[in-house]
Structure formats: structure tokens, C-alpha cells
Design a protein around this ligand. Structure first.
Ligand code: FAD
Length: 305
């Protein structure tokens, strides 16, 4: 119930204005979003790389209905990429709705052109790009853009959400040689016509999808903090004879940090998703929705200041 409310709030302009009026302090937001400037993102990236972890950076923003904001997001990515020098150890994640996909009319074409500019800049510094997956209403469009980008940049990563009924079929299609695929549970509130609703069903679907990706010749990116998923991924990788550099674990910045450090020290590739920028609202609300304890932490911090 609480999760449903928070996920609805994550997309509501009215709730956004209320939350912003509460003015969550930088310290509250910093738990999940380490800063707003490119320099903050680069500083955190350096620290994570030195600790043995890899990074994927996301310039925050989504559902943009303003062409100039989409262009500004592209410029932010270009500035960021210009400062990266860690090869594929530090790549970027892009939400297509932040670079024009949601614009009326030719939004998909605009997003493709903008994503192409980001991919070109990534190629120039020897790194990669992964396209985040958003609401199920955008899945087909995002996969169309992915396939077009991959004709020029075969290393562009896809994301699939285990919660969606369609995802096992998508995994079969995406589990091809050279294909980088991030598997996550799914952070959006989706209707039962297209998505599993119960945690047990989503977890079981995740394992079926993971088995398809691990068995195939692609590069699975296991995005989960769930201990049962993490150990299943390691067992499947061993079962399919995968080397340590043929798949990776991924977690979000600020979540299960000791486990991130433990996995990196044990020789697994451990990539941390680092969001940065001023448009933290949607991302922040989805993190609150995932764990009641996060909401309690947020409310306590608000009343105690
Ligand atoms: P859960 O069953 O939700 O959590 C398992 C355990 O992890 C919890 O018991 C808790 O200990 C810990 N945990 C999980 N979430 C939190 C939290 N917010 N705060 C504190 N502890 C927590 N979703 C998309 O829809 N599209 C994307 O493109 C996308 N990209 C992602 C990229 C990465 C690298 C990661 C890690 C997640 C991404 N997600 C994305 C979010 C994902 O879909 C889930 O919503 C999120 O990861 C929680 O699921 P879980 O697998 O960690 O398992």
C-alpha cells in the first residue's frame, strides 16, 4: 500500500511541490544522490574506482516535456564524459525520457539523436552507455532506440525489468553475443495486465530471466541488492562456466555499501549506479518506496531538524 502511494507520488507534480516545500536537506538526499554538480559526480567516481568498484553515472531528470531541458541534459552528459578517464570502469546510464522521448510528435527521433550524441562522446573516451528502462509504456520505444544505436555502437547496454510479463521473451532476444543486459526487478508501479504484483512472483521471474541471460553468450549485469538473487547469480555463473569478467553485479549508490565492498574484494565486478544532479525527486521517491525504513529515516530527519 505504502509502496503504491509513494510510487504514485513519484510521478505527481502536486506531491513534488509539497515535498520540495518541506525542503529535504542535502544530507537527506545525499544518502542516495551524492551531489548536483559534474565535479561532485567525478569526485565520487574517483573514490569508488579507488575502492575497487566500477561505476555507472546517471544525470538525474526524467519525463522531460521541454526541448531545451532535453538539450541541457545532453550537454551535462557531454561535460561529464569529457571528465571521465577510467575506460569502461566508469560508464553512463541514460533515461531516454530525459533526452526527449516523452516530447509530443517526434520524441522518439529526438531521443535517438540525443542518445547518439552521448554514445559518440562515450566512444571518444573509451567507455559505454546503458539505456535505463522506465515505465512499461516506453519499453517498445526504448528497445527500438536500443537496436538502432547498437548498429553503430554495439556496446550500448539494455535494461529489462523482471516484473513485466514480457521480460522473459525480451531476455531471449537480447541474450546474444556482445549484448550487455542489466536485469532489475523494476522500480515503477505497473498494472497487473502487464506486470507481476507480488514480490515472490517478481523474484521467481527474476531468476528465470537471469538463467536465460547467464546461459547465453551476452554480458549479464545483475542489478539487485537482494541476498538471494546475489547468491543465485554467483551459483548460475559457476554452473555456466562464466569467467569473472563475463558478467557483473550492480547496486545503487548508498545501498548495502558493506556488501558492495565485500563483493569487490572477493573478485567480482561490482558496479555502483551513481545518480547526480538537481532533479532528484522521482529517483528519491522510488528509493523511499522500496524500503519502509527509508521513509521512516526521511520523516525522522525532517522532524528532528
Ligand atoms: P528488493 O527485494 O527490493 O530488496 C532486497 C534488499 O535490498 C532489501 O531487503 C534491502 O536490504 C535492500 N534494498 C533494496 N532497495 C533498497 C533501498 N531503496 N534502500 C535500502 N535498502 C534497499 N529499475 C528500473 O525500473 N529501471 C532501471 O533502469 C533500473 N536500473 C537500476 C540499476 C541498478 C544498478 C540497480 C541496483 C537497480 C536499478 N533499478 C532500476 C531499480 C530496481 O528495479 C529495484 O527497484 C531496486 O533495485 C530494488 O530491488 P532489489 O533487487 O534490490 O530487491
Amino acid at each position: 500500500m505504502m509502496r503504491t502511494l509513494l510510487l504514485a507520488a513519484a510521478r505527481s507534480g502536486r506531491t513534488r511541490r509539497v515535498v520540495e516545500r518541506l525542503r529535504p536537506t542535502r544530507a537527506m538526499v545525499n544518502r542516495f544522490v551524492p551531489g548536483s554538480a559534474t565535479t561532485d559526480a567525478l569526485a565520487v567516481t574517483g573514490e569508488l574506482i579507488r575502492s575497487g568498484r566500477a561505476v555507472t553515472l546517471d544525470y538525474l531528470g526524467e519525463d522531460t516535456l521541454d526541448r531545451s531541458q532535453a538539450d541541457a541534459t545532453v550537454e551535462a552528459y557531454l561535460a561529464l564524459l569529457g571528465g571521465l578517464s577510467y575506460g569502461t570502469s566508469a560508464e553512463v546510464s541514460v533515461k531516454l525520457s530525459a533526452v526527449g522521448q516523452a516530447l509530443p510528435g517526434d520524441g522518439e527521433e529526438i531521443a535517438l539523436a540525443n542518445a547518439r550524441r552521448i554514445c559518440t562522446a562515450a566512444a571518444d573516451v573509451g567507455t559505454t552507455v546503458t539505456l535505463d528502462m522506465e515505465s512499461h509504456t516506453t519499453t517498445d520505444s526504448t528497445l527500438r532506440i536500443l537496436h538502432k544505436l547498437r548498429t553503430e555502437f554495439p556496446w550500448v547496454g539494455a535494461v529489462v525489468q523482471a516484473a513485466l510479463h514480457r521480460t522473459e521473451a525480451d531476455c531471449r532476444e537480447l541474450a546474444a553475443a556482445g549484448s550487455r543486459v542489466r536485469l532489475c526487478k523494476g522500480a515503477y508501479k505497473e498494472p497487473e495486465t502487464v506486470a507481476y504484483q507480488k514480490k515472490a512472483e517478481i523474484d521467481a521471474a527474476y531468476l528465470r530471466c537471469l538463467d536465460i541471460l547467464m546461459a547465453g553468450p551476452g554480458y549479464p549485469m545483475v542489478a539487485s541488492h537482494d541476498p538471494a538473487i546475489i547468491s543465485s547469480a554467483q551459483r548460475m555463473a559457476a554452473q555456466y562456466g562464466r569467467s569473472a569478467d563475463s558478467w557483473e553485479h550492480q547496486m545503487l549508490y548508498g545501498i548495502r555499501v558493506p556488501e558492495q565492498e565485500r563483493l569487490a574484494a572477493a573478485g567480482y565486478t561490482m558496479r555502483v549506479y551513481v545518480p547526480y544532479g538537481g532533479e532528484y525527486y522521482g529517483y528519491f521517491m522510488r528509493r523511499l518506496a522500496e524500503r519502509p525504513a527509508n521513509l521512516t529515516f526521511f520523516l525522522r530527519a525532517l522532524v528532528s531538524r
